[in-house]
Design a protein around this ligand. Sequence first.
Ligand SMILES: N[C@@H](CCC(=O)N[C@@H](CS)C(=O)NCC(=O)O)C(=O)O
Length: 201
Amino acid sequence: MKLYGFDTINTLKVLMLLIETGADFEFIPVDIRAGEQHKPEFLAINPAGKVPVLCDGKQSQTESNAILLSIAQKTGWGLPKDPKEYSHLISWLFYQASTQGPHFGQIEYWSKFAETTNPEALAQHRSIANRTIRHLDDQLIAKQYICGKNYTIVDIALFPWLHVHDQLGLSIKDTDNLASWLERIRSRPASMEALAFFGSN
Ligand SMILES: N[C@@H](CCC(=O)N[C@@H](CS)C(=O)NCC(=O)O)C(=O)O
């Protein structure tokens, strides 16, 4: 398998799962800061011009949560068998992709990269991000992981933005369940290896 990616949140999710499952893969860097995602060679792999992309033989998969799901379906790792639990897992993957990811991403943009300031946008995204933090903390009452007692691809999908919450000016100090969950995931050997992959964490 080939993983096209960069040192980003969405690439980290896929790395975490590939390492967790002991998959054999080659990492192909696509420097999105240098604009490599717009080159014809990469657009032939993902016309949306975004990483990560996982290529397995002739099949290529885009969208990080879809990649997590396809690896989990192939390996059986991190997927509940019970239909009700499975449907919760799918909802969480969509929640991460449609709510947590975009709002945390916009906080990063408005606080780190934008050339102008926009306090109103930043406040709006921070307010929603704080709601997601409280929501996740509530979900973790008496639970080790978001879907219950087992670590799943939902935890992997949600982890990377929470791992950098302090860099975004977000606090988890009153959310003990979430703080313990973060530590539980950070201390897994596969997570440590994935976080060290780019040599920056
Ligand atoms: N929903 C996509 C988002 C992918 C995405 O936004 N990737 C960013 C890096 S994390 C990217 O490639 N940005 C380059 C660009 O948009 O030009 C996923 O989950 O994979």
